[in-house]
Design a protein around this ligand. Structure first.
Ligand code: SR1
Ligand code: MG
Length: 402
């Protein structure tokens, strides 16, 4: 048994050599720690002579974004590797392959995706990904359906719920998404220009009721095995390939939470288009592209979900068409509410987004923040009345006309 310690680059190389049938014995391997996320070490190991490479991802016993004062369970590495393996069994082309997981070192060895870019960066560079909506729509439809009571053995599902009990990582979400943004919390980092808008949230009773209902859904609605943190920094992408990474926040929760994470991060980039010149905006219609992508994701997801449900649904009582309609309407409403929550937290909470924070023009940055808050709060307030994905698209469109 190896005692847990954070690996050095040299130790990561030595570990990589133990993976069977990968590198040539005695060849030169290089190792670089490339982790730029909030929580883990990520080593990129490559062999110059063959071009082969892998990723070693190691959980640290604390949240890197804050420091050692915020301890964090190493069990999240198990959760991540087990979730990736389930996702791979359902959508093999849409996640990295896991070679091995080492419990003692909280280490997952997985496929290197360096030929892809992190989607958040790709969007910030103004790139378009024509297959993304189909890919992510299928990913969420299959991973959610086949891990739920609709699409898997319902007794085994209960054991899965137990397997993915993830209290510490869920607590981060419960605090950072459903609590801290709605009070004067120490973790907040409130941009001075939007302080009055932020303080208005703390006393908005209509908003606070909806946030409480959405928080309660996150705490109690064990519908499906979620990725749990499906923002555009958790997606590697090229024009023809999409890979979902980092499911360390995986747990059994409401389906709409994963869908909302994708929508929210596309809309945060939409808000950040304030940093583009008017000419650029008119010429490229990137905002139109982002809204079109959201619409296409919803249509792919809901079409695929209905079709696999009709073919492979496991529950006779759930098989009626009316129930399907009702169920998908609830998922849409949840998705809209969680989209709003996931936007608001990124404006003034801990762990904001580069799409907005990296804009050079300070005034544009503040306009983007206001737009994100406007869309986020409107979606939260509207969620329980939503009838179609157009409700979300209209709210987003109206927010930039104000
Ligand atoms: C302390 S972790 C901060 C955030 O990073 C992750 O990606 C999650 O979104 C979490 O809320
Ligand atoms: Mg992550």
């Amino acid at each position: 048994m190896t005692t847990y310690h954070a690996l050095t680059e040299a130790e990561a190389v030595a570990y990589a050599r133990t993976i069977p049938d990968l590198f040539t014995a005695g060849s030169e391997l290089s190792s670089h720690e490339i982790g730029d996320g909030n929580l883990n070490l990520v080593f990129h190991i490559s062999e110059a002579s063959t071009g082969k490479s892998i990723i070693l991802k190691q959980a640290l016993p604390y949240a890197k974004v804050v420091g050692e004062s915020w301890p964090l369970t190493l069990d999240r590495a198990r959760i991540e590797s087990e979730a990736l393996q389930i996702q791979e069994s359902l959508c093999p082309d849409l996640v990295p392959h896991v070679y091995t997981y080492d419990k003692d070192l909280a280490l997952t060895v997985m496929q290197d995706l360096s030929d892809h870019v992190i989607m958040r960066k790709g969007l910030m560079d103004g790139n378009r990904y024509p297959l993304f909506a189909q890919h992510i729509g299928r990913f969420i439809a299959h991973t959610l359906f086949y891990t739920s009571d609709l699409g898997m053995n319902q007794q085994e599902k209960k054991l899965r719920v137990k397997q993915f009990i993830n209290p510490e990582l869920c607590k981060i979400t419960e605090d950072l998404i459903f609590d801290d943004p709605y009070r004067d919390a120490e973790t907040n980092d409130i941009p001075p220009a939007v302080r009055s808008e932020v303080e208005a949230l703390w006393v908005d009773k209509e908003l606070l009721l909806e946030v409480a209902i959405l928080r309660s859904g996150f705490l109690t609605k064990a519908q499906a095995l979620l990725h749990g943190d499906l923002h555009t920094g958790s997606i590697f992408i090229t024009e023809d390939s999409t890979k979902v990474i980092d499911p360390e926040f995986a747990y059994y929760g409401p389906m709409g939470f994963d869908i909302g994470a994708v929508f929210a991060n596309l809309l945060l980039n939409y808000a950040a288009q304030e940093g583009w010149s008017q000419d650029q905006l008119a010429r490229d219609d990137y905002r139109g592209y982002l809204l079109g992508t959201i619409r296409d994701i919803w249509h792919t997801f809901s079409g695929e979900f209905r079709s696999i449900w009709s073919l492979y649904g496991v529950d006779r009582v759930f098989a009626g068409e009316n129930y399907q309609e009702w169920y998908l309407e609830q998922v849409l409403r949840d998705a809209i509410g969680y989209t709003g929550c996931k936007m608001v937290r990124r404006v003034h909470g801990l762990a904001q987004v580069a799409d907005i924070n990296k804009l050079e023009d300070e005034a544009a940055k503040d306009r983007a923040r206001r737009i994100a808050l406007r869309i986020g709060t409107a979606l939260i307030k509207h969620n329980r009345q939503a009838q179609s994905i157009n409700d979300l698209l209209e709210i987003a469109a109206e927010a930039i006309e104000q």
